[in-house]
Design a protein around this ligand. Structure first.
Ligand SMILES: Nc1ncnc2c1ncn2[C@@H]1O[C@H](COP(=O)(O)OP(=O)(O)OP(=O)(O)O)[C@@H](O)[C@H]1O
Length: 692
C-alpha cells in the first residue's frame, strides 16, 4: 500500500513509464478536479502547465529518492509542486515540505502567493524563513520556503534534516555557493536517510549531469520491510508547455551604453506599446538610481511610475513593487538580478534585459573579492524573459544582438563556488563535521588556491587549529553566528574588551545594506547632516552615534526623515541586534558596554578585521592606500566619514571595485594595535642594520 495517496482520491490512473536508466518521461491523466473548489485562483492553478504532470510528479517522488524537474519559467514548479506534495500527504505526521530559493525576496513572495492560493495565513500552514526572519510555527507549518543558506544552518542542529519529508531545491541552475554546498550535503543525508525525497527544479538545468551526481549507491543500512526504499536512480521529468507567449526582440547593432539604451527602450515601449508594466534588468544600485533619475525627469508628465528594486530595499519600498499599479499609470521597475528567478510581478508585460549583472569574482592571491559588471548567461537571459508572460502574453527586449545571444553568450554562468571566497563555506562544512573539504562531493570543485586561502584566513582568526579543526570555543561559537566569520570574531572578541553591547550594534548596521538614504540633488544638505553624526575615529563609531540618536528620538520615523536616515533599515538594525543579543546570551556571553571608549571599540573591530589593515602612501596626492597584506592599491570610498580625512593607518570592512578598489566602512587605527591583536600575522619590521 503506497503511503501517501489519500484514500479514494489521487492514485495515478495512468501507469507511468519508468525507465531503468532513470530517464523517465510520461504523461498521466490529471486528477479529477473533485476536491478543488472553483474560485478563480484554483482555476488559475489548474491552467498551469505543471498541473498536467501532477500525478506523474507524485508518482516519481514516491518512487525515486531524487527527482529532477525541468520546466519553462512560469510553468508552476515553485508554487504548485509543494502544494501537490502536501495534498498527497507528505506533510502528515508533523513532517514538513521544504522548498529552497537562492534569494530572500523570492522566498517571501512565493510563500505569500502559496499561502494565498491555499487560503491560509502566511506564517502558519505556509511559512518562510530567511536570515533574521522566521515566519513559521512549529507543528503548524507544513510547507516552508527558505533560502538555501538557512537550510544549511539548520543542518547544524539537525544534520539529517529529520523534520523534512521532501526538500525541493528550486532554481538549482543558479549554482549559488549555498546551493552547491546543499546539494553535496543532501546527497550525504540521503545515504543515511533513504526516505528523504529530493526534488531539484529549474527551467534551465543540465538534468543529465545532475542525475549522474545524484545517482547514489546506498550502503545497506537495515530498512524496515514495510518501508521500502525508493529507487536510487534519479528520475528526470520534463514539464512541457509554458505559460503565456513571450516575444523576444534583439537590437540590430550592439549598444555602447546599456543604461541609456535601457532608458530609451522604456520610453519607446511607453510610446508605442499597449498598457502593461515594464521590468528592466540593470546591474547595481548605482546604475539603477541613474536610470530612475533619467526616467523620473520625464515621469511627472508622462504617466510613468518608476521604482528601483535591489536587495536591502526597505519593506515599504518592496511592497510598492508588488502593489497594483495606480490607474492611468505604467509602472517601471528597475532591478538587479534579484528579480530574475521565481518572482511574479503581476502587471509586468515587458522586460528590458541589459545583458549584464554584477557578479562576484574572487582572486585568492591578494584575497580580494570584487563585484564586477559582467555579461550574463543564456540561462539568466531565459529567466529574465520569463518574468514577462506570467499572467498574460509579454515581450522581452534584449539589449544585445541575436548573433551574440546564439554564438557568444555562455550557456550557463560560472558556479559561485568557483568565483568567491570560501571562508564561510569552509567554516560551515567544518561545523557539520566534514573535515576533508577537498574530498567533499562537490558538483564542481572549488579552486585549491581559494580553499587554501580560506583555511589560512580561518587559521589566522583562530577559528581553525593547526590540524584544520574548529577551535574550541572560538571556532564553534563563530560557526553558530550567521554572519561573516570576521564579524563573528569581532563580536566574540568584544566580550574580552567589555564592549559586546556596542559591537553588536555595529555588526547589525554592517548587516543591512545602508542606513543612509541616497539623496539625489541634495548632496550638500546630506553631507551637512551626516557631519552631525560623524566621529573622527570613522564609520563604525559614527553608526553608534546614529543608533543612539535613533533610540533617543523614541525610534521616530520623523527623526530619520529629517536626518536622511533610512527608517526601515534602522528598524532592521534593532531587529538584528535583538537576535544577536539572544544568540550571545545562548553562547553564555554577558553583554557589556564600554561607554564609548573608542579605543577599546576599535581594538575589538581589529580582532576580526586585522587582515584588512592599510597604510596611506606617503606623498600620495589622491589618498592612495596600500593593503599591508598584499600591497594592493585602495582608496577610501566617498561615502565614508573618513573620505578626504585620510588617516595614516586604517582598517576597512569591505572593498568595492569600480574604476578603483574602494574601502567601505573605515576606521582609523594605531598600528601597534595590529600587533597586539594578531602577533601571528604581523611583525614589526626591524630597521636595516647600519652599514659599516
Ligand atoms: N504573485 C502572483 N500573482 C499572480 N500570479 C502568480 C503569482 N505567483 C505565481 N503566479 C502565477 O503562477 C505561475 C507559476 O509561477 P511559479 O513561480 O510557480 O512558476 P515556476 O515554474 O516556478 O517559474 P520560475 O522558474 O520562473 O520560478 C506564474 O506564471 C503566474 O501565472
Amino acid at each position: 500500500m503506497s503511503k501517501y495517496w489519500k484514500p479514494g482520491s489521487e492514485r495515478p490512473r495512468t501507469v507511468l513509464v519508468d525507465d531503468e536508466e532513470g530517464g523517465v518521461l510520461f504523461l498521466s491523466s490529471p486528477p479529477s478536479s473533485s476536491g478543488f473548489g472553483h474560485s478563480s485562483l484554483e482555476r488559475q492553478r489548474q491552467r498551469l502547465p505543471v498541473y498536467k504532470y501532477r500525478t506523474a510528479i507524485l508518482y516519481l517522488v514516491e518512487n525515486h529518492a531524487t527527482t529532477i524537474i525541468v520546466g519553462e519559467t512560469g510553468s508552476g514548479k515553485t508554487t504548485q509542486i509543494p502544494q501537490y506534495l502536501k495534498e498527497a500527504g507528505w506533510a502528515e505526521g508533523g513532517r514538513v515540505i521544504a522548498c529552497t530559493q537562492p534569494r530572500r525576496l523570492a522566498v517571501q513572495s512565493v510563500a505569500s502567493r502559496v499561502a494565498e492560493e491555499m487560503g491560509v495565513k502566511l506564517g502558519e500552514e505556509v511559512g518562510y524563513t530567511i536570515r533574521f526572519e522566521d515566519q513559521t510555527k512549529p507543528n503548524v507549518t507544513k510547507i516552508k520556503f527558505l533560502t538555501d543558506g538557512v537550510l544549511l544552518r539548520e543542518m547544524m542542529d539537525d544534520p539529517l534534516l529529520i523534520k523534512y519529508s521532501v526538500i525541493m531545491v528550486d532554481e538549482a541552475h543558479e549554482r549559488s555557493l549555498s546551493t552547491d554546498m546543499l546539494l553535496g550535503l543532501l546527497k550525504k543525508v540521503q545515504r543515511r536517510r533513504p526516505q528523504l525525497r529530493i526534488i531539484i527544479s529549474s527551467a534551465t538545468i543540465d538534468a543529465k549531469s545532475m542525475s549522474t551526481f545524484f545517482h547514489i549507491r546506498r550502503r545497506n543500512i537495515g530498512q524496515a520491510a514495510e518501508d521500502p526504499t525508493p529507487s536510487e536512480l534519479p528520475a528526470i521529468l520534463s514539464v512541457e508547455g509554458k505559460g503565456y507567449n513571450v516575444e523576444i526582440h534583439y537590437v540590430e547593432e550592439p549598444v555602447s551604453d546599456y543604461l541609456q539604451a535601457a532608458v530609451n527602450t522604456v520610453l519607446s515601449i511607453h510610446d508605442k506599446e499597449p498598457p502593461g508594466d515594464i521590468l528592466v534588468f540593470l546591474t547595481g544600485q548605482d546604475d539603477i538610481n541613474a536610470a530612475v533619475q533619467l526616467l523620473t525627469e520625464d515621469a511627472q508628465n508622462n504617466g510613468l511610475l518608476v521604482l528601483p528594486l535591489f536587495s536591502g530595499l526597505s519593506r515599504a519600498d518592496q511592497d510598492l513593487i508588488f502593489s497594483p499599479t495606480p490607474k492611468g499609470k505604467r509602472k517601471v521597475v528597475i532591478s538587479t538580478n534579484i528579480a530574475e528567478t521565481s518572482l511574479t510581478l503581476e502587471g509586468i508585460v515587458y522586460v528590458v534585459d541589459s545583458g549584464f549583472s554584477k557578479q562576484r569574482f574572487y582572486n585568492p592571491i591578494p584575497d580580494i573579492e570584487n563585484l564586477v559588471v559582467a555579461p550574463i548567461s543564456k540561462a539568466s537571459a531565459r529567466q529574465r524573459a520569463g518574468r514577462a508572460g506570467r499572467v498574460q502574453p509579454g515581450k522581452c527586449f534584449r539589449l544585445y544582438t541575436e548573433e551574440y545571444f546564439v554564438k557568444e553568450m555562455p550557456a550557463e554562468g560560472i558556479p559561485e563556488m568557483q568565483r568567491s571566497s570560501l571562508v564561510s563555506c569552509v567554516i560551515q562544512l567544518k561545523a557539520l563535521g566534514i573535515d576533508n573539504i577537498l574530498g567533499f562531493d562537490w558538483l564542481a570543485s572549488p579552486s585549491p588556491e581559494a580553499m587554501i586561502r580560506a583555511l589560512e584566513v580561518l587559521y589566522s582568526l583562530g577559528i581553525l587549529d593547526e590540524d584544520a579543526k574548529l577551535t574550541s570555543p572560538t571556532g564553534f561559537q563563530v560557526a553558530e553566528i550567521p554572519l561573516d566569520p570576521m564579524i563573528s570574531k569581532m563580536i566574540l572578541s568584544a566580550d574580552t574588551y567589555g564592549c559586546s553591547e556596542d559591537i553588536i550594534t555595529i555588526a547589525a548596521v554592517l548587516s543591512v545594506q545602508s542606513i543612509w538614504i541616497s539623496v539625489r540633488g541634495a548632496q550638500k544638505e546630506f553631507d551637512e547632516v551626516k557631519l552631525r553624526f560623524a566621529a573622527a575615529e570613522g564609520d563604525h563609531v559614527t553608526y553608534l552615534n546614529v543608533y543612539k540618536g535613533f533610540i533617543h528620538s523614541g525610534k521616530s520615523s520623523q527623526w530619520c526623515y529629517k536626518n536622511y536616515i533610512n527608517y526601515h533599515a534602522m528598524k532592521k538594525v534593532i531587529d538584528i541586534r535583538e537576535q544577536l543579543s539572544r544568540l550571545l546570551r545562548r553562547l553564555g556571553i554577558v553583554l557589556k558596554s564600554c561607554e564609548r571608549d573608542t579605543q577599546v571599540l576599535r581594538k575589538a573591530i581589529i580582532a576580526g578585521f586585522f587582515a584588512h589593515a592599510c597604510c596611506l602612501e606617503e606623498f600620495s596626492p589622491n589618498g592612495m592606500y596600500k593593503t599591508i597584506k598584499s600591497s594592493q592599491e585602495v582608496y577610501i570610498h566617498p561615502s565614508s566619514v573618513l573620505f578626504r580625512v585620510n588617516p595614516k593607518w586604517v582598517v576597512y570592512h569591505s572593498l568595492v571595485s569600480t574604476d578603483k578598489h574602494y574601502m567601505r566602512n573605515v576606521i582609523a587605527i594605531d598600528p601597534s594595535w595590529l600587533i597586539e591583536a594578531a602577533p601571528h600575522f604581523y611583525q614589526v619590521r626591524k630597521p636595516n642594520p647600519a652599514p659599516y
